[in-house]
Design a protein around this ligand. Structure first.
Ligand code: PMP
Length: 445
């Protein structure tokens, strides 16, 4: 049995051993080639073995890899914070608090939101509102804000009692409505929840601009985020955008929320920030939120040993510069539309595809027994796992996602290849995907 428990979701199954990666492909130690159709966990956005990143790694390592954050800042960390602020391109400046994972980024966001109100003399605003069908991370604080039923269920007694509202899941509306006649009922649910709980108890509302792991690329109806931002402002509640999956080009814009021209108070970033070349993540905090903290206790009550280490900062900076120089955000949008169109063609021959959704290169497929009734497959069939496994055998990596009402009974995968994928490589992805789904349909019969 393989001994590194950390890397394996299923302990009774041996996984391939990675040997190396190049471009959009990964190779195991038997020489088998895999098309990285999900950028790992929607992370390796610029592909593998990019020479510019390796050069930046070596350059920084030849100077200094680690200096402790409360003893030194570093040029790479400062430049990275500058670059992130420039990318947000907001009316106000954003400051970066560096951490090492998406979970730490959202948990830090939660703490900063609570601290913000305390610095303003308000100690009652402690709750964070979130949505069902959301994922903000695996640590207890981040999981408390997450509406991912399966990831929560073992730990519910430990979790903070944070209330959640319905997800904007138009394919199976949790409020049994249809857009546009619903008039954004799911956004107005935020207002109802605030009125029930009392705005004086709520520090912030957190949402993924496009829902990832807990819904497979759920795009809300038009006007949704404008309404959410308006409600947050009217009720004095901070808006935290969890852009861990959607940030930095993935959806064809710099940030997921840029599709709606809404600026949040706090932004959590991770994954694509280093495109997998090093663990680094960040919580971006607007001037508005920073001001009372700077004028109050003047320190953020959080931090980790590896926060803002110069090695990771240099790598992340090189990744962001690479994305910019190669115009990869624009490419993600262009090739994303091509991939979307190709998926629609696949759906003509594959009846189990119920819905295709997403933006840019964050696309999701939801599977159903019957397209008309949207009847999901029985949970015990574990269809998502079967699809992911068969695709891997066929040389294509997909990311399993939760779907169905509240993410409990439903099957979906995320397709999110690196932004550098060419049209020919996209055609190859589509070929393997179609072959896999046709095999699955035959097995189901
Ligand atoms: N937020 C979102 C939106 C995510 O997709 C993830 C990871 N899937 C996280 C937070 C947690 O990030 P990490 O796994 O790096 O802790």
């Amino acid at each position: 049995m393989q001994r590194s428990l950390l890397i394996k979701p299923m302990l009774n199954e041996d996984y391939p051993t990675i040997s190396y990666g190049k471009g959009i492909y990964l190779y195991d130690d038997t020489g088998k080639k895999y098309l990285d159709g999900s950028s790992g966990a929607v992370t390796a956005s610029i592909g593998h073995q990019v020479p510019e990143i390796i050069e930046a790694m070596v350059n920084q390592a030849s100077k200094v890899s680690f200096a402790y954050r409360s003893q030194f800042t570093s040029k790479p960390a400062e430049q990275l914070a500058e670059k992130l602020n420039e990318l947000v391109n907001g009316e106000e400046d954003y400051f970066s608090f560096f951490v090492n994972s998406g979970s730490e980024a959202t948990e830090t966001a939660m703490k900063i939101a609570i601290q913000y109100w305390q610095e303003k003399g308000d100690y009652r605003k402690q709750k964070i509102l979130s949505r069902w069908m959301s994922y903000h991370g695996i640590t207890i604080g981040a999981l408390s804000m997450s509406g991912h039923v399966k990831r929560r269920e073992r730990f519910v007694p430990l979790l903070a009692e944070y209330p959640s509202i319905s997800a904007p899941y138009c394919y199976r509306c949790p409020l049994s409505q249809t857009t546009p006649s619903c008039q954004l009922a799911c956004a107005f649910e935020l207002e109802t929840a605030i009125n029930r709980i009392g705005a004086e108890h709520i520090a912030a509302f957190i949402a993924e601009p496009i829902v990832g792991a807990s819904g497979a690329a759920l795009v809300p109806p038009e006007g949704y985020y404008e309404k959410i931002a308006d409600i947050c402002e009217r009720y004095n509640i901070l808006f935290i955008a969890d852009e861990v999956m959607t940030g930095l080009g993935r959806t064809g814009k710099r940030f997921g929320l840029d599709h709606w021209n809404v600026k949040p108070d706090i932004i959590a970033l991770g994954k694509g920030m280093s495109a997998g070349y090093t663990p680094i993540a960040a919580t971006l905090v607007s001037e508005k939120v920073m001001e009372p903290i700077i004028n109050g206790s003047a320190s953020i009550m959080s931090g980790h040993t590896y926060s803002a280490n110069p090695q990771s900062a240099a790598i992340s900076l090189a990744v962001l510069e690479y994305i910019e120089k190669q115009r990869l955000t624009e490419k993600a949008e262009e090739i994303g539309s091509y991939l979307f169109h190709k998926l629609q063609e696949v759906a003509k021959d594959v009846a189990i595809i119920g819905d295709i959704r997403g933006k840019g290169l964050l696309l999701g497929l939801e599977f159903v027994q019957d397209r008309k009734t949207k009847q999901p497959f029985e949970a015990k069939l574990a269809l998502t796992d079967l699809i992911v496994k068969k695709a891997r055998e066929n040389g294509l990596l997909l990311y399993p996602a939760a779907a169905g009402k509240d993410g409990v009974q439903g099957d979906a995968v995320i397709i999110a290849p690196p932004f550098i994928i060419t049209k020919e490589e996209t055609d190859q992805l589509i070929r393997i995907l179609k072959e896999t789904l046709i095999e699955i349909e035959q097995d189901l019969r």
